[in-house]
Design a protein around this ligand. Structure first.
Ligand code: ADP
Ligand code: VHF
Length: 375
């Protein structure tokens, strides 16, 4: 991607995420004008031969509206119930409007586990690719009715970035009730300025990101998390205002709209993308300074000799976090040995693994092909 070359017309596959604040009015009733405008734009992209995947929030909000609740529920069972009602309301509206444009939609409800379990991840990927092959527009939301806290993402920014990685999209839109990322929350600071381009998500930038408005969940914090995942996955991400007329067409044509997050030069290959952002970390492996050097500077695998400790209970093939002597995570990877085995072989030479464990399937605790640095 050329320097600041804002022209995305050649892109074929787009993930468009629309937040609660764009889909619902503050009372929870659907914002039909906004939904209609969005569907019209998505339909027009399809008419140009492009593929679109819609990630939509708003089920809980719509459930609140339909049930006539006074406010958004705080406890999980009520959120689950509101989502069960609201998801149907939402899909009914989308289906009705998309059909007017001659397009077919398919509902896909995902949970965290659909990403963290490699088999389910590949299943979801196959299903989505098949929907696209059939010319269907997948409409995705988190499966709020069954997703309890432990398996919940809780907001759709991260979900949409994982979906963009899952379907190998070229561009991710995070449509919200704000023009993009500002130097401060524009609701609280009217002098804040819009940032047009981001090439790296630094800690200074993260400090600019504030909380959600009255309806949304994640605010700018989760949008930056999503942008980081997308940047590492080679996906261009744009935060823009959903209510602006023809915003998708204008951004794609290269107009100076929203905040564009540019992908990093070295995008992660598929398996590493999954290790870094989708899989669930099951434990931590502590390493010494020499191992940090070997991994970070010389692209080596992690050998038992560099391991100083283990935390958590995990099995062969699980994802682990690799931690330096200062307690900072330096990498994630798939382990070749269980936590019990690593306790026994930590600090040992590879030639001693068989003597200690009675078997040796691998020299490396984590092979460099299954290791992701620069998270
Ligand atoms: N630095 C910032 N730049 C822009 N918006 C910000 C910033 N910090 C916090 N926000 C808030 O984030 C809100 C959008 O996030 P959120 O309410 O979660 O929307 P959505 O439902 O679209 O995901 C904006 O309305 C804004 O008030
Ligand atoms: N899955 C939830 C979305 C939660 C939420 O508020 O998300 P967002 O508006 O993207 O911050 C729903 O449909 O209500």
């Amino acid at each position: 991607m050329g320097e600041q070359q804002r022209n995305f017309q050649l892109f074929k596959r787009f993930v468009v995420k629309v937040g609660t604040s764009s889909v619902n009015h503050p009372n929870g009733k659907p914002n039909l004008c906004q939904i209609e405008g969005l569907v019209r734009q998505l339909a027009d992209l399809c008419n140009q031969g492009k593929e679109v995947i819609l990630v939509t929030s708003g089920a809980i909000g719509a459930g609140v509206g339909r049930l006539g609740l006074k406010s958004r529920p705080k406890n999980i069972p009520e959120k689950q119930a509101a989502a069960a009602v609201g998801q149907g309301v939402l899909m009914h509206i989308y289906e009705k409007i998309f059909v007017e444009y001659g397009l077919t939609v398919g509902q896909v409800l995902l949970t965290r586990e659909d990403f963290s379990d490699r088999r389910r991840f590949l299943n979801a990927r196959n299903a989505l690719h098949t929907l696209l092959r059939f010319g269907v527009i997948p409409i995705i939301n988190e499966n709020d009715t069954v997703a309890v806290d432990e398996i919940k993402l809780g907001e759709n920014d991260n979900l949409s970035a994982l979906v963009a990685g899952l379907v190998d999209a070229e561009m991710l839109f995070l449509l919200s009730d704000v023009d993009g990322l500002y130097t401060a929350d524009p609701r609280k600071n009217p002098d804040a300025n819009l940032i047009h381009d981001v090439k790296e998500i630094t800690t200074e930038l993260e400090e600019l990101a504030g909380e959600a408005g009255s309806m949304g969940t994640g605010g700018m914090t989760t949008k930056l998390q999503a942008a980081r995942i997308a940047m590492h996955s080679g996906v261009v991400t744009v935060i823009a205002r959903s209510g602006k007329k023809d915003v998708l067409r204008r951004v794609i044509a290269g107009e100076l709209e929203g905040t564009v997050f540019w992908p990093l030069a070295n995008k992660l290959e598929n398996k590493k993308k999954w290790i870094a952002y989708s899989s669930t970390v099951q434990g931590r492996i502590f390493v010494d300074k020499g191992a940090v050097q070997a991994l970070s500077k010389h692209g080596k695998s992690l050998l038992p000799s560099g391991v100083t400790g283990v935390e958590g209970v995990f099995e062969l093939g699980n994802t682990v976090s690799i931690v330096n002597p200062d307690g900072q995570e330096i990498a994630k990877g798939l382990t070749n040995y269980s936590s019990d085995e690593i306790v026994k072989i930590k600090g040992a030479q590879t030639r001693d693994i068989t003597r200690i464990l009675g078997h040796k399937d691998y020299d490396e605790v984590v092979h460099r092909n299954n290791l992701v640095l620069d998270l």
